[in-house]
Write a protein that binds this ligand. Structure first.
Ligand SMILES: [Zn+2]
Length: 233
């Protein structure tokens, strides 16, 4: 197993990275999140800046992975900095929590409704899962709703190495590890859910002795090896 971390853009207001992740597994490549829409991130008024070459399809191509051939793409959730560019993956099935798809389709989360054109694909493009689910040996989807209903994180168990927990937006920075005290962000949908998922992920990481990679932590990402270098396992 090899893991690559993509810095796929920058949140204009905070300087935080927009994350995506590629797992090169013996049974195939798995992309986790697809970044901000590549056609929009160059606009001066966009909340996310995507520099030329930073977008996820280009990052993949530079690693020799053809986005058009990828079959398995995990979406942590449908916010536009995580689920842009789905059109670049015509053969992919998108792994999502059924709670996220249902909430998005219901129109009950206004910010997801605004970006419906990005994610509203036919049923046969999705692989819906409910709760924690092993996608491939060593790649486990971990339900971590709260930021949105049915947000999911990913636990990687590389053979012979310490696990890695991609917390994504469930614990976006290392300052958010304390379930009781952590801040609740303006886009967090459900405060009790955020606190429950923070507790669940921290307990999981502790039990598994896993390293946690946060979704939007500029300080952490400044010290991480990023693609084209592999993350050391
Ligand atoms: Zn995010």
């Amino acid at each position: 197993m090899k893991l690559y971390l993509f810095k796929a853009g920058t949140v204009r207001a905070t300087g935080a990275p927009v994350p995506a992740y590629l797992v090169r597994h013996d049974d195939g490549d798995v992309l986790i999140d697809t970044g901000y829409p590549r056609t929009r991130g160059t606009g001066p008024d966009e909340p996310v800046i995507v520099e030329p070459g930073e977008d996820v399809p280009t990052r993949l191509e530079r690693l020799g992975v053809d986005p058009g051939e990828l079959t398995d793409v995990v979406l942590s959730h449908f916010d536009p900095d995580h689920a842009g560019n789905l059109d670049a993956f015509p053969r992919a099935r998108f792994w999502v929590q059924s709670a996220q798809l249902a909430a998005a389709r219901s129109g009950s989360v206004p910010r997801l409704e605004r970006f419906r054109a990005l994610w509203d694909l036919p049923d046969d493009r999705f692989r819906q899962v409910t709760g924690d689910h092993e996608l491939l040996p060593g790649i486990e989807l971990v339900e971590s709703g709260g930021h949105v209903p049915g947000h999911q994180s990913v636990l990687l168990r590389p053979p012979g190495a310490a696990p890695i927990l991609l917390a994504i937006d469930a614990i976006p920075t290392a300052a958010d590890l304390d379930a009781e005290q952590r801040r609740i962000y303006p886009l967090d949908h459900d405060e009790p859910g955020v606190r429950d998922s923070t507790r669940k992920l921290v307990d999981l990481a502790t039990r598994e002795n896993a390293r946690i990679v946060h979704g939007h932590d500029a300080a952490q990402w400044a010290g991480l090896p990023l693609a084209p270098d592999p993350y050391p396992l």
